[in-house]
Design a protein around this ligand. Structure first.
Ligand code: ZN
Length: 321
């Protein structure tokens, strides 16, 4: 199979993983690509790393690494984000699988439980630089109790990207509560990394770049190598880790109230916003203003009424403590 080809073909709905196990005890690491079917930089990078290991270019040092080049096989074949629904919402095993993603979950969740660390590789639609999504700080709260914040911080800083984002699940859960959605539980925001944390591991989502950016494959490849090197799974030293990271914490999700609520400009993810600046206008003319300095994330001009419109993030000092 040519790794230069843009169409790496997996013409099967079957689930496939490849595991390498060193005779030396060590960490158990899982690397996933194409959780969203049109995000294939991770697929390419994973196949390249598998090739390198098979060719003896990379040598296993300790522990276990499992690669899943294509996680959502239906979405991948459709060349779309989702098969029947978003795999990264309400991810959990079910006794009564209906949608295709239920079957993915019934295979993927036990696989995650067999590992301790997850690196999940994604890409995004708009322009912009790569970033890493990190879990919460250590806490005993109900939404997302956690104890491996330090491990995630160290891993996030070795990947080779300079933007660090946290606060996703707590903000998302608040939005779901406020919307009084019929599914008003935090599990709706449960994706791969949240599930991994809920079963005692730690995990990062790496957004490697724009979907079609050929560089995104290289970002993913370097991040896999750096992850496996940091965790002592393969030989070699970390290359091009982050020097200075911008740390952003998502603190608010703003919903559209009406489908005619409109942005005042064509916002891109991570555009800078200043306190008091106009972000958009409600359909009745009410201005939507920025509460404080920060950045806008995941703006969705096409959201429907009562859906997430955009997220707000502000700078955070968690890496300076
Ligand atoms: Zn994605």
């Amino acid at each position: 199979m040519s790794l230069n080809s843009d169409s790496v073909l997996f013409n099967s709905l079957s689930f496939k993983s490849s595991t390498y196990r060193s005779p030396q005890a060590g960490l158990r690491v899982l690397i996933t690509g194409a959780v969203h079917g049109n995000e294939i930089c991770g697929t390419h990078a994973i196949l390249r790393v598998i090739n390198d290991i098979d060719a003896g270019v990379l040598t296993l040092k300790s522990g276990v690494v499992t690669f899943v080049p294509v996680t959502n096989t239906l979405a991948y074949q459709k060349k779309q984000r989702i098969g029947d629904r978003n795999l990264n919402r309400r991810l959990r095993p079910t006794e009564d699988p209906k949608e295709f993603e239920d079957h993915v979950a019934n295979w993927l969740c036990p696989l995650m439980q067999q590992h301790q660390v997850l690196l999940d590789l994604h890409s995004f639609r708009g322009a912009g630089q790569a970033f890493v999504m990190v879990g919460p700080e250590n806490n005993d709260a109900q939404v997302e109790p956690f104890q491996f914040a330090h491990e995630e911080e160290v891993l996030a800083q070795c990947l080779g990207v300079n933007r660090f984002v946290d606060g996703w699940l707590s903000t998302y859960a608040r939005g779901v509560l406020r919307r009084q959605s019929p599914i008003s539980d935090r599990e709706f925001g449960m994706g791969t990394t949240e599930y991994m944390r809920s079963v005692g591991g730690y995990a990062l989502t790496l957004e490697c770049g724009q979907h079609d950016d050929p560089m995104a494959k290289d970002v993913a490849y370097q991040a896999i190598l750096n992850t496996l090197r940091l965790l002592n799974v393969i030989d070699g030293s970390i290359e091009n880790g982050a020097t200075k990271m911008e740390v952003l914490r998502i603190y608010e999700v703003v919903d559209k109230h009406h489908e005619n609520d409109q942005f005042c400009r064509d916002w891109a993810s991570f555009d800078e916003i200043k306190q008091g600046c106009l972000i958009g206008t409600r359909h009745d003319g009410t201005p939507v203003l920025a509460e404080m300095d920060g950045r806008i994330i995941f703006p969705d001009a096409n959201a429907m009424g009562n859906e997430e419109w955009f997220y707000l993030a502000r700078r955070n000092d968690r890496l300076e403590k």
